[in-house]
Design a protein around this ligand. Sequence first.
Ligand SMILES: C[S@@+](CC[C@H](N)C(=O)[O-])C[C@H]1O[C@@H](n2cnc3c(N)ncnc32)[C@H](O)[C@@H]1O
Ligand code: SF4
Ligand code: SF4
Length: 423
Amino acid sequence: MNTLAKEDKLVKEPLYPVFPKLDKMVKFAKKLKQCVRIALSIWGITSSKKPPGPIYAQFGIADPCNHKCVMCGDHPPETHVSETTKAAFYNPPGIMSFENYKGIIDDLFARGTSDIEMVGQGEPMLNKHVVDMVAYAKKKGMYVRIVTNGSRLFDKQAEAMVDLGLDRLQLSLNAGNPETYPLIHVTESPENFKKVVANIRYLTDYKRKVGREAPYTRISFVITSRNCAELEKMVEVVHEMGADEAIFNHTVVHEGSQDLKMSEEQYKKMQADLPAAKAMAEKLGVNANLNTFAATPPSYMYEEITGPQVVPCYVGWYFARVLGNGSVLPCCQCTKPLSEVEQTDDFGKSWDSDTYNSFRDAARALPENSEMLSGCECDHCVLRPRNISIHNLLHPFNKIKGAKSEMLYHVSDIFKSRKDDQN
Ligand SMILES: C[S@@+](CC[C@H](N)C(=O)[O-])C[C@H]1O[C@@H](n2cnc3c(N)ncnc32)[C@H](O)[C@@H]1O
Ligand code: SF4
Ligand code: SF4
């Protein structure tokens, strides 16, 4: 079937709200209600057996990938394979069917979830229904984001994403110049870097041509020992792409990627380079999360982390993840699925299940050990700052002490749909 022909029909439907301000207020009120219900469920005031839906959910609509990246725990090159990466998929990789996708969206929508992201353990643009999937969620008024390596973002898809009102597109570039790109995306060439840059430039130009602000375009850089010396160049390339924001995160390392840890010396040099990168971002008008990045040490530099290493976790209430092969996962650092989506209504059953509730109880009881968390990396969790923020907000008389306040996320970030709403 020619899906693009179908997409052409879809993009003509009016997906933008008629009264945008009213629409924004209604969405804010819905999200607030969802947050209050989640807080009540965490406190145990309402039965933990009945939490509402997650605040946002990730869809891994395609598990395979057309790239191999050195830091990637799911599709690393041979040089970076380890026992952990071999176990990244509990079940064989798959592609999500449009039917199952619609079933999950319907379930989530009925449970109050209004924010979804197409990202998983592969490349979402490899799912031939990706445009139809965006259209389906947008028609329900959801906030829809996508994270892609940008290699399959051809002109037609770029136009469709703008026309449909996709809210945020995050492109993973990971390099500031064409020569560094193949050191990270090892299957790719310097020429491919230029193609990806041109792909996103087409989208940002098209967006301006048709007078649209969406999608908010964010270019992401996972920082490792291979690219930590080019932050300023990264900001410049984001400007060249006409994109809105540069987002920096430290790599998560696994057994096979120890060489990607920055040395002490590299880390110090990078911290010293940050003011110049910030000045460049300001000069070029590029939004960048450089303050948060500067204050957040890499999760592998244990000595830089203040406060307890493992903290109570609330991810089971506000987030969920479904892979292309149907695996339902509670977070991005747990590989053992809580269940599988085989039928269209399986997600809702899973979310309400005793297994999911046992996971929630075990995660909330951290740092206590539990068999329920055996497939999770709770000892070096990237969500630690967010979990501390949530814990301290919900337990004002029993706060987690010793963690630097400037490295914490603010819970109000949940309401920000644009800047710094990292997962
Ligand atoms: C796994 S990828 C899937 C989507 C798509 N293939 C892409 O690269 O954008 C999702 C995001 O995780 C990031 N990522 C991959 N490996 C990582 C690591 N070891 N630490 C932190 N982020 C990582 C990627 O750069 C990308 O932004
Ligand atoms: S493009 Fe994304 S999924 Fe593919 S190897 Fe790179 S980080 Fe992993
Ligand atoms: S790895 Fe552990 S602590 Fe981190 S989000 Fe997952 S369950 Fe929570």
